[in-house]
Design a protein around this ligand. Structure first.
Ligand code: G6P
Length: 622
């Protein structure tokens, strides 16, 4: 949660900070702020903070007549967009937070677990606090060390040593012109290296317009940036040599490309992102090579149980994968919401494989689950979209989803590519252990390679999207929605309901259709929308019976089904036709109408689909 930017170089810092915060707004947007050295060499800092979105901050900076020119000498600065954890969203709790002298300011992402104790000590030592946040202790801790004679880098290093929790911090001090200092412990912080300029950011999106050369800070590293470049030290003060990598994502990929919202653009990108996830791993002819997994067939054969841990939509990707893994690889799969996993004492050992799924690669619960699995001697694989993310460094092996930057807070293309990566993993497992014949696995891969085309046929053909838009219009005011499915349609029902509630704030629940009679059917009233995932499967007949039961009680049934399926046409008031594929691969097609339905309902209700209230893209606290 929270987005951080920092800049030092020849440009005027203000536009770099404001643009950067806009591209990080998906990480949190209940308040925002910036700090720069005061104009024209005046002493102290210029700090502007506002409750609300980054646009409020932009207006406030304009009102202060903060010129976006390099002539005012403001060539360095730090900025923050907040998702409140400790202290309500307000201007007073917005970052940057200052020390008692007003020369130093810090921004922070994460949680300082020992902040109450530190605050007591600092207050007893004479410091004055002006916010209710945990973050402000960092400013006063650094201040203490600066007062004792340390320079900014050293002061941040030793202050970090006193903190418990997960955090990324960036500090600026008017008495140290031309430098900014940042530190990372369990929360993302990346450095961008340009010509005569350097950047800090919570992810690469704000950097792409300036540079593609980045350094992923490791946990426990502290970096000092200046026009001359980056100096990195460890918590022990030892010098570390910065190793930069070039990011492949381009700026265009992080912009809207003519779509009204990022979410819609990202829904429409899915055929391409699916191809990108498959490419170089699975040949359209059926060959499969997952060299990045670095586990030999002999080691593979030893695995006797798989656990999948994830949160939110990633959890639904895991549920989809469970059906495929068990059918293809004949291996038991357990799936856990990551926040529950380690507290229930799961039985793990060297023969267990734990797969963590996270689009952001930063989700605190999934990270903790993977760490816990390692302490128990289990093998770990992570599926994530973000190269260099915290999770990608924790696991024995990583499968990247190659979906490109996803800006919409609610997962769309990261989810479909996670599912694809999991299927590849399942097929590789099934083939490697001999549970599936080579040719049978190749057949699935060939069908999987057809999916991008089928997805395009749905998205570009006018009927499906138009039908969804019409259904959204008719039901946009319905107070409660039910989504039902059986088999691999069940996780899709959960995802359809989650997407709708995330971005339209309507009450929606997903159920295994067979469970309807055990309670949920009592919710059905005349006209209650019930969305049924009714594509071909071995349990379609049973699902149709459940749909009939709902219809008999007044439900308005919307079915996602194959074109012209008579059985479904008879029981559903609305049918949205998707192209047919293999049963286990059908989620790839069924996802599209569910995502579009949530999108259209959100728009009709005046909600911002890219930045839903109360949610954040990267959930770095438990
Ligand atoms: C947030 C996002 C969801 C996402 C979930 C899990 O709540 O808004 O879209 O599914 O986190 O995130 P992860 O990064 O672990 O996949």
């Amino acid at each position: 949660m929270c987005g951080i930017v920092g800049y030092v170089g020849d440009r005027s810092a203000l536009p770099v900070l404001l643009e950067g915060l806009k591209s990080l707004e998906y990480r949190g947007y209940d308040s925002a702020g910036i700090a720069m050295p005061a104009r024209n060499g005046a002493p102290g800092l210029e700090v502007v903070r506002r409750a609300g979105r980054v646009d409020e901050l932009v207006a406030a900076a304009q009102a202060r007549e903060l010129a976006a020119t390099a002539a005012n000498g403001q060539h360095a600065g730090i900025g923050h967009t907040r998702w409140a954890t400790c202290g309500e969203p307000s201007e007073g709790n917005a970052h940057p937070h200052r020390d008692c002298t007003g020369n130093l300011a810090i921004v922070h992402n994460g949680i300082i677990e020992n902040h109450l104790q530190l605050r007591q000590q600092l207050v007893a030592a004479g410091h004055t606090f002006s916010s209710a946040t945990d973050s402000e202790v960092v400013a006063h801790l650094v201040e203490e060390r600066l007062t004792a004679g340390a320079d900014l880098l050293e002061a941040v290093r030793t202050a970090v040593g006193a903190l418990h929790g997960s955090f990324a911090i960036v500090a600026i001090d008017a008495r140290y012109p031309g430098v900014i200092v940042g530190a990372r412990v369990d929360a993302p912080l990346v450095l961008g290296l340009g010509e005569g300029e350097c950047f800090f950011a919570s992810d690469v999106a704000p950097l792409l317009r300036y540079t593609r050369q980045v350094v992923w800070l490791a946990d426990g590293e502290i970096a000092q940036l200046s026009r001359a470049g980056a100096r990195i030290i460890g918590l022990d003060g030892a010098e570390h040599v910065p190793t930069s990598t070039e990011v492949a994502w381009d700026r265009e990929a992080a912009e809207k490309a003519g779509f009204p919202d990022f979410m819609l653009k990202e829904i429409y990108e899915q055929p391409r992102t699916l191809r990108d996830t498959l490419r170089s791993r699975a040949e359209p002819s059926g060959e499969l090579t997952l060299t990045e997994l670095a586990i030999s067939p002999a080691e593979l054969a030893e695995v006797n149980k798989i656990f999948i841990v994830a949160c939110g939509s990633s959890y639904h990707a895991g549920l989809v994968a469970k059906y495929a893994f068990e059918r293809w690889a004949r291996i038991p799969v357990e799936i856990d919401v990551a926040s529950e996993f380690r507290y229930r004492d799961p039985v793990l050992d060297a023969k267990t494989l734990v797969v963590g799924i996270s689009q952001s690669g930063e989700t605190a619960d999934t990270l903790a689950a993977i760490r816990y699995a390692r302490t128990q001697g289990a093998r770990t694989i992570v599926i994530t979209n973000v190269v260099g993310s915290s999770l990608s460094r924790e696991a024995d092996a990583v499968l990247y989803t190659h979906a490109g930057p996803e800006i919409g807070v609610a997962a769309t293309k990261t989810l479909s590519t996670q599912i694809a990566a999991l299927w590849l993993l399942g097929l590789w497992f099934a083939e490697g252990t001999g549970a599936m014949e080579r040719e049978a696995a190749a057949e699935v891969i060939r069908e999987l390679w057809r999916c991008p085309e089928l997805m395009e046929a749905f998205l570009d053909g006018p009927e499906g999207p138009a039908a969804i838009a019409g259904i959204a219009e008719r039901f946009a005011t319905a107070p409660g929605w039910l989504f039902i499915g059986r088999g691999v349609g069940f996780p899709l029902a959960l995802e359809g309901a989650l997407k709708l509630k995330e971005i339209s704030y309507l009450h929606a629940e997903g159920f295994a259709a067979g469970e309807m009679k055990h309670g949920p059917i009592a919710l059905i009233d005349k006209g209650t929308p019930v969305v049924a995932i009714a594509t071909h499967s071995r349990v379609l007949g049973k699902l149709i019976s459940n749909v009939e039961e709902a219809r008999a009680r007044g439900a308005s049934v919307v079915a996602i089904a194959q074109q012209g399926d008579e059985r479904v046409l008879e029981v559903a008031a609305d049918v949205v036709a998707v192209p047919e594929t293999a049963e286990l691969l059908s989620p790839m097609l069924d996802l599209l109408p569910l995502q579009l339905l949530a999108y259209h309902v959100a728009k009709l209700r005046g909600c911002d689909p890219d930045r839903p209230r109360n949610l954040a893209k990267s959930v770095t606290v438990e």
